[in-house]
Write a protein that binds this ligand. Structure first.
Ligand SMILES: Cc1cc2nc3c(=O)[nH]c(=O)nc-3n(C[C@H](O)[C@H](O)[C@H](O)COP(=O)(O)OP(=O)(O)OC[C@H]3O[C@@H](n4cnc5c(N)ncnc54)[C@H](O)[C@@H]3O)c2cc1C
Length: 363
């Protein structure tokens, strides 16, 4: 079978479906290829509330709202940060992704369940895909690679995989915290954190580190420390570490996790994936794939670089993590963090305030 479209988008997570909807809304012919339409991405599902208005997403998808974030230091100091004036929304990922994909389909996007296997570069791109077991060729002028952290498009074009954090998470029922908890400590999350996030039912608990082999024993240590029982649906998945070195190769644009665009330190990726999808679509509409890099950098480079420096400083050992939590006792640090996490506007005061408050740690 042979199919043609101006743009082929591989992957229908937040980044792919957002790009597809915008392109189709601009009368551009798009195929959205998704290897598993029932896939549920392992994810805490935390989204800043402003994203719902910005992307016109129905607020009925919000399953819970979190009013407070608890930080727990390696030595056990607990700081509660009230999210004054802005709650964190929790969505159910399977449902959220489906609604975004359906919105794209309504705009006229052709959604195909199939797996991208190979990418051949010629005068146009030729993607070989398996669609219901049938070998299919999709010919397009542009490709948007929204196929996540294990991007096949990336490998097919000979680009090295991104460095990443390994995470393990479980759904635990019968626990009903009112807030998101971030637990720091090298005994259970070296270089990262362990978390408890309210989920649609119960909580999502998990931990992360750079070494895959250790992840299950670290998670056991965390559950003992936090005093929680084992849950169900244990999932191991990677979160990319941002490097900021991949935008496009010719007319193939990388958006979201495939480009490592997860905010360092907080490891939020949903909003940034949708935004990258939007910018990738705009670059295609402008007819210049290279414009994507400039648009992304103008909007996010400063924020990502700053957060990456802070991550390297504060997550390097227990003493630094202890300092990070203690700093959040100060109300001005809390304010700056809330702004940076929950408000995404271009001129976010959060960045300037972060530099003022944390600059001395970065020199
Ligand atoms: C445990 C965990 C918790 C997280 N919690 C949060 C959180 O609370 N808040 C937050 O903002 N971020 C969170 N993230 C990060 C967030 O999940 C990602 O950044 C986000 O999903 C990236 O979206 P994306 O569209 O780029 O990729 P994905 O959502 O990964 O979507 C990629 C899609 O591509 C498809 N695909 C892959 N390969 C192929 C192929 N060869 N052919 C066709 N289709 C393919 C996949 O099936 C998938 O549907 C978390 C991540 C993890 C691992």
């Amino acid at each position: 079978m042979r199919l043609h479209a101006k743009v082929l988008i591989v992957g229908s997570g937040p980044s792919g479906s957002t790009a597809a909807r915008i392109l189709a809304g601009n009368k551009i012919d798009v195929i959205l290829l998704e290897k598993n339409l029932s896939f549920v991405k392992p994810c805490g599902g935390g989204v800043s509330p402003s994203a719902f208005d910005e992307f016109n997403i129905p607020k009925t998808l919000i399953k819970k709202e979190v009013h407070c974030i608890r930080l727990v230091s390696p030595k056990g100091e607990k700081i509660d940060v009230e999210l004054r004036g802005g709650n964190l929304a929790i969505v159910k990922r399977g449902e959220f992704d489906k609604v975004l994909r359906n919105a794209a389909e309504k705009e006229g996007v052709k959604v195909i369940e199939g797996e991208c296997i190979r990418v051949i570069e010629d005068t146009k791109y030729k993607v070989e895909a398996s669609v219901g077991g049938v070998e299919t060729q999709i010919i397009s002028e542009y490709i948007i690679a929204s196929d996540g952290v294990n991007s096949r498009v990336r490998t097919a074009l000979g680009i090295k995989p991104s460095q990443s954090i390994f995470t393990v998470s479980e759904l635990i029922q019968g626990v009903e915290p009112e807030f998101c908890e971030f637990w720091f400590g090298s005994s259970h999350a070296p270089g990262f954190y362990s978390w408890i996030f309210p989920a649609a039912e119960g909580v999502s608990a998990g931990t992360g580190c750079v070494l895959q082999g250790k992840i299950n024993s670290l998670f056991k240590t965390f559950k003992e420390r936090r005093g929680i029982m084992s849950g169900k649906q244990r999932r191991v998945y990677r979160i990319p570490l941002w490097k900021g070195d991949l935008f496009n190769k010719g007319k193939v644009i990388f958006a979201g996790d495939s480009a490592g665009q997860v905010l360092p330190l907080t490891y939020e990726g949903i909003y940034y994936a949708m935004k990258a999808g939007e910018l990738a679509a705009r670059a295609v509409i402008e007819g210049k794939a290279g414009n994507y890099k400039k648009m992304w950098k103008d909007r996010f480079q400063r924020r990502f670089s700053l957060m990456d420096k802070l991550r390297r400083y504060f997550f390097k050992d227990d003493a630094s993590a202890e300092k990070f939590v203690a700093l959040h006792k100060r109300s001005e640090v809390q304010e700056a963090s809330i702004r940076l996490w929950l408000r995404k506007d271009r001129n976010s005061l959060g960045i300037k305030e972060y530099i003022k408050l944390f600059g001395k740690f970065l020199s």
